[in-house]
Design a protein around this ligand. Structure first.
Ligand SMILES: C[S@@+](CC[C@H](N)C(=O)[O-])C[C@H]1O[C@@H](n2cnc3c(N)ncnc32)[C@H](O)[C@@H]1O
Ligand code: SF4
Length: 382
């Protein structure tokens, strides 16, 4: 039986402070009973494993995301990884990523994560400019971010860093210089996100009141184009809208999402997509940490929703995910899997408009097309 590649996402919902631009499910708490948390994660993982039955797929990737998982103790990370290895076969080449904030990067902790099995660290550097870091509400400065990066590169086989661009007042020349500096660190992977003003964040209020002005649309497009140009020239091109890697160094866990594989997500507000009895099923858990924990302790899981995805919706999701990737999507297997046909005349028009690459076997968005993905999907949808 051919199976979907399978990965596990572990959400750690706590941060030392809430950044004013961020709408991730992250919370600040003065005290966390970490042993109780690790037990709750183990318990919910067991629930997902039992859902998959006796013949469980090997785990190819694990991703500790957040929030700030680098606030976890090494022993908790080890406990979660041991639980996974007890419940599923684990692949010898399993990729295990942990997200880290430079403000909570610590040599002893990094060593413990590595000893527990973490082999890839993703560091939230965000900016290489102290005043920008202050404006972003970060608890670290550039020197601390660089020290954390050096520590990460000395400890882990694979390191990625995150930067946010199209920040208020950021010029094209400033972004060029900052990105050049980031590329010179020599990490194999970079996540370069354009600042999004998320509703109901302090940044949204500031933007509404005119106290925070982000680059105009054409200026942001210029910054995106600079990003494509400099990363490609450095041999670390975009393989997804915001993700860049040396060939072969892509984040396998995120690739699994975008290739529409199966994953179980544990922790508050985590999402899962599992193929159960041939059907694609979506799960999401309670977002509030305490509510999630209470539900896991009383019911064995913190699920808020379970939904069998109708075939048409799954086909749409699959298309949207695959087109985020530079590699795009193989047309024939897609149409066969979902018994659908993409709109051929839209395909031709979008190629003429240079939003799709001219390729008859794959559907691939050009970098320009990836910027207007939603309208591509609307035009192509079966
Ligand atoms: C979970 S955080 C990474 C780990 C850690 N919490 C940190 O911030 O250092 C995921 C990443 O999402 C990005 N991000 C969050 N909110 C964003 C926004 N509104 N616009 C652009 N990027 C954002 C940041 O680059 C951040 O590093
Ligand atoms: S950006 Fe990272 S550290 Fe800041 S609030 Fe969001 S998850 Fe927490």
């Amino acid at each position: 039986m051919s199976r979907e590649p399978f990965g596990i996402y572990v959400h750690w919902p706590f941060c030392a402070a809430k950044c004013p631009y961020c709408d991730f499910n992250s919370h600040v708490r003065s005290e966390i009973d970490e042993a109780r948390w690790a037990n709750a994660i183990a318990r919910e993982l067991r629930y997902f494993a039992e859902l998959q039955g006796a013949d469980r797929p090997p785990v190819e990737t694990v991703f500790f995301g957040g929030g700030t998982p680098s606030l976890m103790r090494g022993a908790s990370v080890a406990q979660v990884l041991e639980t996974i290895a007890q419940l599923w076969p684990v692949s010898a080449s399993m990729e295990v990523t942990l997200e880290s904030n430079p403000a909570s990067a610590d040599a002893a902790c990094f060593r413990d994560y590595h000893a527990a099995g973490v082999n890839r660290l993703s560091l939230g550097v965000q900016a290489l400019d102290d005043s920008a870091l202050k404006q972003l509400g970060r608890l670290h400065d550039v020197a601390e971010a660089k020290a954390a990066l050096a520590l990460a590169m000395a400890t882990f086989e694979r390191v990625s860093l995150d930067l946010i661009y199209a920040r208020p007042d950021q010029s094209a020349e400033q972004w060029r210089a900052e990105l050049r500096e980031a590329l010179a660190f020599g990490t194999e992977h970079l996540s370069l996100y354009q600042l999004t003003i998320e509703p109901n964040t302090p940044f949204a209020t500031l933007a509404r009141n005119g106290e925070l002005v982000v680059p105009t649309e054409p200026a942001a497009v210029e910054l995106y184009e600079i990003t494509q140009e400099l990363t490609a020239a450095a041999g670390i091109p975009a393989y997804e809208i915001s993700n860049h890697a040396r060939p072969g160094a892509e984040c396998r866990h995120n690739l699994l999402y975008w290739r529409y594989g199966d994953y179980a997500g544990t922790g508050p507000g985590a999402h899962s997509r599992l193929t159960l009895n041939g059907e694609r099923v979506a799960f999401s858990t309670e977002r509030l940490p305490e509510r999630w924990q209470g539900r896991v302790e009383s019911e064995g899981h913190g699920l808020a929703e379970r939904l069998e995805i109708p075939c048409g919706d799954a086909a749409g999701e699959h298309l949207l995910m695959n087109l985020r990737l530079a590699e795009g999507m193989e047309l024939a297997p897609y149409e066969q899997r979902w018994s659908v046909a993409l709109n051929r005349s839209s395909l031709a028009t979008l190629k003429e408009q240079q939003l799709l690459e001219p390729d008859s076997e794959r559907v691939r968005a050009t970098p320009q097309g990836r910027l207007v993905l939603n309208s591509l999907i609307a035009a192509l949808a079966p």
